[in-house]
Write a protein that binds this ligand. Structure first.
Ligand SMILES: [Zn+2]
Length: 360
């Protein structure tokens, strides 16, 4: 009697094991992950850019799309810190927290986990690199405002490259430390112009291209974001043929929303879309690359009703100067893209990426 129960148990365990192995094998292995976050990029922001663009957006090449719920642990309306932390760690946290749970315990980020697995890692943004979104992937702090402390966290990791603004948080600090010297001592090339970034094709790179934020696209930023994206992908690929994880942020779509400037939103989104084109083209040339494009939240309560002057074109209308609670779009391209469909939590995105990178 006991024997037959044991045998039966054995058969059941065997079936479960086989099923779980099969489930694992249906998820393809991915080598390179490019996570692109349009800060404040809601569906209306994308729609407005589509209407202004003479060609289809690069985004429209994404065959797999979904929606992400953005609420944070303490608010139905997230900020970029809790939104970034959700996308970086797979955990909801309180607004303002960077890489920490609501009890202020540090959470391991997907960038840190990729690094532990030996992959190359990087961050690219057009705001200061210590700003909430990129910070959420590398730092652990109870306040997004502690940007000098957040800069120190960059030195605690082995991140291969970061490109953005915010040089002053590294070399003009209240504590008098010169983090640029410390980065150099750790083997980083520290550079301050886009031309210098373009001259480097491998190695550790800290590129701080402005003291504060890079200018808005309409104030002369030029093609910094697509160029930085292209060069980052080259450097990361050369640094580690086994693979990489990089987060690239279209930081300033959010600013257009806060300022209630539809033209700024469209210009920033079209610029972000050229960076997305670089990423999708890289995925075409490099098998086992996944690109996921999403947002941390929508900004501005942006809508496109018929304009009063000409009813055949939309006017730009805003419901707030802050963030809103609407779901944000998710676009996926390349290997594993089919995992990113339907309605998901923002926290599901890094979990899916971790599974595809075999980080667990
Ligand atoms: Zn914002």
């Amino acid at each position: 009697m006991e024997n037959s129960i044991r045998r039966l148990l054995g058969i059941f365990c065997g079936i479960f094991l086989a099923a779980s192995i099969q489930a694992q094998q249906t998820v393809p292995a991915v080598k390179n992950v490019i996570l692109m976050i349009g800060d404040g990029m809601g569906l209306t922001q994308v729609s407005a850019a589509m209407l202004e663009s003479p060609q289809p957006l690069a985004l429209e090449r994404a065959a797999f799309t979904g929606f992400a719920k953005t609420y944070s642990a303490d608010s139905k309306i997230t900020d970029s810190a809790a939104g970034g932390t959700a996308l970086a760690t797979g955990h909801k946290t309180n607004n303002g927290y960077i890489g920490m749970d609501p009890e202020k315990r540090p959470l391991k980020t997907i960038l840190e986990r990729a690094e532990e697995k030996g992959l190359a890692t990087g961050l690219v943004a057009t705001y200061e690199i210590t700003n909430a979104t990129p910070a959420s992937f590398i730092a652990h702090n109870e306040s997004r405002k502690n940007e000098e402390e957040i800069a120190l966290d960059f030195l605690k990791t082995g991140i291969d490259l970061f490109i953005g603004g915010g040089k002053r948080k590294f070399d003009r600090r209240n504590d008098g430390k010169d983090l640029l010297k410390e980065l150099q001592a750790k083997g980083y090339r520290t550079v301050y112009t886009l031309d210098d970034v373009k001259s480097i094709d491998r190695g550790k790179v800290a590129a701080l291209l402005a003291d504060g934020h890079l200018p808005r696209i309409r104030a002369g930023r030029g093609d910094m974001l697509p160029e930085a994206t292209r060069q980052a992908l080259t450097i990361l690929k050369n640094n580690n043929p086994e693979g990489f994880f990089v987060m690239i942020e279209g930081s300033q779509i959010d600013g257009g929303g806060h300022a209630n400037e539809g033209e700024t939103i469209v210009a920033e989104l079209l610029d972000f879309d050229t960076a997305i084109r670089e990423a999708f083209d890289f995925a075409d040339r490099n098998p086992s690359t996944l690109v996921v494009v999403t947002a941390d939240h929508e900004t501005g309560g942006f809508s496109l009703p018929a304009s009063r002057q000409d009813k055949t074109v939309p006017g730009y209308k805003f419901g707030t100067s802050g963030h809103t609670a609407v779901m944000v779009p998710v676009y996926a391209y390349g290997t594993g893209a089919e995992q990113f469909t339907g309605i998901m939590e923002n926290t599901d995105i890094p979990k899916k990426i971790a599974a595809l990178l075999r980080l667990e």
